[in-house]
Design a binder for this molecule. Structure first.
Ligand SMILES: O=C(O)CC1=CCC(=O)O1
Length: 262
């Protein structure tokens, strides 16, 4: 995979663009808090022939940090798509990435043909919880909090069966900068997308995991209820990141939605 960077506005963004079959609809992936775009590789590998854009949102991976809100993160995705000449795409986001996808379709409907919203909501958590998390990261650091966060990211089965993977994803999380992580926590805290999300008019699939304590099955079901015509897939024995625990299911769902969009 080649490293690619662009600075369409105030920050440098790290991304990977894989060319696909001519005329095929692009799929854009937006990742979660404390992760970079490598979490999508298991899904992308299963979507041969599809043009694919993966990007590190600001404050994560190899992208710069900077002033952050969900609207700003959606604008970054739009800027990068404009820069790369992508439009009418299927946008697939997990957790805060799913919030960015909801904000993107509201701001730039021309860029979005359909949505796959994984383990997300129109609003995630409450101000008290996010303020406590920000304070803890600033005082103790992410490394000290990593085990508790990984408990939420992955199912008990993954914890038992994949200790090496767990250690690797722990590194990904713990190496996120305090500034990038806390700015994204504040962006999530300050966003309630309910009003714009209830007006989403593109085909939408919501995905959840039965073992996700953060964006619970109930929260994801409520999101699917909010969006006109949205469908819901709940994956058994999977936590907050189905792109890692069940990439074959996520890829199959994306492929099915792409087919329906033809
Ligand atoms: O770290 C977590 O608790 C999971 C999470 C919440 C928002 C997000 O993007 O990831």
């Amino acid at each position: 995979m080649t490293l690619a960077f662009a600075k369409p506005r105030d920050v440098t963004l790290h991304y990977h663009l894989r060319a696909g079959a001519p005329g095929a609809r692009p799929v854009v992936f937006l990742n979660s808090l404390g992760t970079d775009f490598r979490i999508w590789e298991g899904v992308v590998d299963r979507l041969a022939d599809m043009p694919v854009l993966m990007m590190d949102k600001r404050g994560h991976g190899l992208s710069d940090a900077g002033e952050t809100s969900i609207a700003t993160l959606a604008r970054d995705a739009a800027d990068l798509m404009d820069h790369l000449g992508l439009s009418d795409a299927l946008i697939c986001g997990v957790s805060v990435g799913g919030m960015i996808a909801q904000a993107l379709v509201a701001a730039r409907p021309d860029l979005v043909a359909g949505l796959v919203l994984c383990n997300t909501g129109a609003k995630i958590g409450d101000a008290e919880g996010w303020n406590t998390r920000i304070e803890n990261v600033q005082t103790t650091g992410l490394d000290a909090m990593a085990e508790a966060i990984l408990e939420r990211w992955f199912s008990p089965t993954f914890h038992a069966d994949k200790p090496a993977d767990l250690a690797g994803y722990r590194n990904m999380l713990a190496r996120t900068t305090t500034a990038g992580y806390t700015a994204t926590c504040a962006a999530i805290r300050d966003a309630d997308l309910s009003e714009s999300t209830r007006k989403i008019a593109v085909p939408t699939l919501c995905i959840g995991g039965t073992e996700d304590p953060t964006t619970t099955p109930e929260l994801v079901a409520a999101l699917a209820d909010l969006i006109p015509g949205a469908t819901l897939t709940m994956i058994d024995d999977v936590g907050h990141l189905p792109c890692i625990e069940a990439p074959e299911v996520v890829a199959d769902e994306i492929a099915a939605l792409l087919k329906a969009l033809e």
